[in-house]
Every structure is written in C-alpha cells, then in structure tokens.
Ligand binder design. Structure first.
Ligand code: ADP
Ligand code: 5GP
Length: 183
C-alpha cells in the first residue's frame, strides 16, 4: 500500500507549483479533483480538474463517489474515491485540497499524512495571487479572507512547511514523505 499525502494551504501559497515539482521526482500519483468552477486559461479537463456541473456533483455525492468534498469560494470541489483507492495499491497518492476536505480524509484514513504549506507572510501571499493573474480583485479578496481560516487549522496537520524558497520547500516535503513509516 502507498501513503496518502494531503497538501493544503491558502490559495496562492504555491501548492500547485510544489506538486508539479514533486510529480517530476517520480513515484507519486496525483488525484485529479472534480470542481464546478470554470477552467482558468491553460487548465485542461481531466488534468487540472474534471470540470463538472453542480447537478453532476450532487449525483456523485449521492452515489458515494467522493472520498471527501467541500464547498468554498461559492463552488464545489471533491476527490473522486475510485481513482485514489486504485492508485493507493501501488503508489503514494497526493491530494491537493483545502482544510475541511483534508480533515474529512484524516477521519476516514487516520494514517494519511497532512502537510500544510504556509507563506512567509500575508503580503507575499497577496503578491503571489496577483502574480498568477488568474483572478479578479474580488476573488483575490475572498481568497485572502479564507487564509486566516486555513491557517487556524494548522494545529491539526501533521507538518507545516513554509514555502519561501521553492526548491527548499519541495525538498522538505519530499523528505517528510520519505521519512513517514508506512503503516
Ligand atoms: P496555489 O496552487 O497554492 O494556489 P500556485 O502554485 O498557483 O498556488 O502559485 C501561485 C503563484 O506563486 C504562482 O505564480 C507561482 O509561480 C508563485 N510561486 C509559487 N511558489 C513560489 C515561491 N516559493 N516563491 C515565489 N513565487 C512562488
Ligand atoms: P482553485 O480554485 O484555486 O483551483 O482551488 C481552490 C481551493 O480548492 C484550493 O485550496 C484547493 O486546494 C482546493 N481543492 C481543490 N480540489 C479539491 C478537492 O477535491 N477537495 C477539496 N476539499 N478541496 C479542493
């Protein structure tokens, strides 16, 4: 059995960037979530997310198709259960999800490793959101407001990693994953 690795942290902190680098080091399977939000420029169906309607999302909930799900930023996000269960037989699986979903996962998989990525400071987080340039000012404000909520849950995570220098954060996370004993 592989390990279930959950990576969370405020929007714009660099989770997606870190996960891409982790995948390049090999050996990990990435869970692709379902969401009802619209694709951003460059995002691909089935790679970034499965972009689905609220109706389909509700059907998946009813059919027990999600390992966890959550509604935030006015949209729904969920982890399809079947992919994760299949991949875990042979791989360490990474979920890149927010805190409410992460804590649901910890309930059903207590052995899951929860890692929270935090910014060096709030100003830098806002700068990264602006740099990404994929959201309007209102959406950026909503995402900044949620930061405090996300950070308030860090005590329930197994590890906290500061994403200051990207390579250092990636190395630290890789080290954490390798050092956790398989249970
Ligand atoms: P998230 O997935 O957490 O929402 P992203 O991975 O999209 O965040 O990163 C947000 C922006 O911050 C991107 O433009 C990314 O290139 C940049 N970024 C990520 N990590 C760092 C870092 N350590 N230092 C500076 N910029 C970073
Ligand atoms: P974004 O819209 O920036 O892609 O993602 C917004 C937030 O949703 C991020 O914190 C991201 O980690 C989280 N997220 C993405 N997929 C899932 C999922 O399947 N479940 C949950 N609970 N959160 C998710």
């Amino acid at each position: 059995m592989g390990k279930l690795i959950v990576i969370s942290g405020p929007s714009g902190v660099g989770k997606g960037t870190i996960v891409k680098k982790l995948l390049k080091t090999g050996g990990y399977a990435l869970s692709v979530s379902c969401t009802t939000r619209a694709p951003r420029d460059g995002e691909k169906e089935g790679v970034s997310y499965f972009f689905i309607t609220e109706k389909k999302f509700d059907e998946m909930i009813e059919n027990g198709g999600f390992l966890e799900y959550s509604r935030h930023f006015g949209k729904s996000y969920g982890t399809p259960k079947s992919f994760v269960e299949k991949q875990l037989k042979t791989h360490d699986v990474i979920l890149e999800i927010e805190v409410d979903g992460a804590l649901q996962v910890k309930k059903s998989y207590p052995e899951a490793v929860l890692i929270m990525v935090v910014p060096p400071n709030a100003r830098e987080l806002k700068a990264r959101l602006l740099k990404r340039g994929s959201e309007d000012e209102d959406t950026i404000q909503k995402r900044m407001q949620r930061m405090e909520y996300e950070l308030s849950k860090r005590g329930q995570y197994d590890y906290t990693v500061v994403n200051d220098k990207l390579e250092a954060a990636v190395d630290e996370i890789n080290g954490i994953i390798k050092s956790v004993d398989k249970k």
